[in-house]
Design a protein around this ligand. Sequence first.
Ligand code: ADP
Ligand code: MG
Length: 265
Amino acid sequence: MTAKTLEALADVEAATVEVHDVHKWYGTHRVLDGVDLTVRPGEVTVILGPSGSGKSTLLRVINHLEKPEIGYVSINGELIGVKRQGERLKELSERAILTQRGRIGFVFQNFNLFPHLTVLDNVAAAPVATGRLTKPEAQELARELLARVGLADRTGAYPRQLSGGQQQRVAIARALALRPGVILFDEPTSALDPELVGEVLAVIKDLATSGTTLLIVTHEIGFAREIADRVVFIDGGKIIEQGPPSEVLDKPQHERTRDFLSKVL
Ligand code: ADP
Ligand code: MG
């Protein structure tokens, strides 16, 4: 293995994520209404909330796929998507935003793999496109990452030849290929048949125990109880309550949290 591939496989420094007073609205619809959240390095945070409460928007704001009307996000102290100019925040260039986004892993509900690329090239593509590794180096890295998610034997397959659970594991390997300091998961198992959920949760659990900072939107309450350091309950674009699973899931303080849990448990 080359030195560069080894370096790309080494443990990444887990990131701190700070969401500071974020407001996001579409017309008069307030989707995020003053969200403050700090996630410490290596912390596993599960975000729960009803459909339409703003969970996906929050992840998209962290990745600067959406721009907040008010507030900002920083990762390891670096502002995402903007820079300070006096009292104001000024948008960064597209290129700078893409560079930042490369350091934030994002795993979508519907996998979003490149259909025309093999599994190996899906994982190898980004390190090559960003100039971090040569193609042979990136493919070597991709083989290692695919082995880590249990897909060493499917490197030559195309996404359509895989089950949903396998495709999502490829998507996770792809997110890891850029050595992200944090990985955001948006309902990673909700598009899967029930019998395929476990294999994806097992891979996420492996990441959780390896010290990566994770923010996971999921309705899998049992999984949240098992792996979350913190559970955050969102409703109507606001954090209603947060704390360790033993508090938020077992002794929720707010009526809205109790109501939500009674429906999903
Ligand atoms: P969740 O992920 O919790 O289900 P979302 O963050 O996807 O919620 O959406 C929160 C609210 O914002 C929903 O009411 C949704 O319809 C609205 N919304 C999301 N994206 C847009 C958009 N691009 N334009 C208008 N409304 C949007
Ligand atoms: Mg959503």
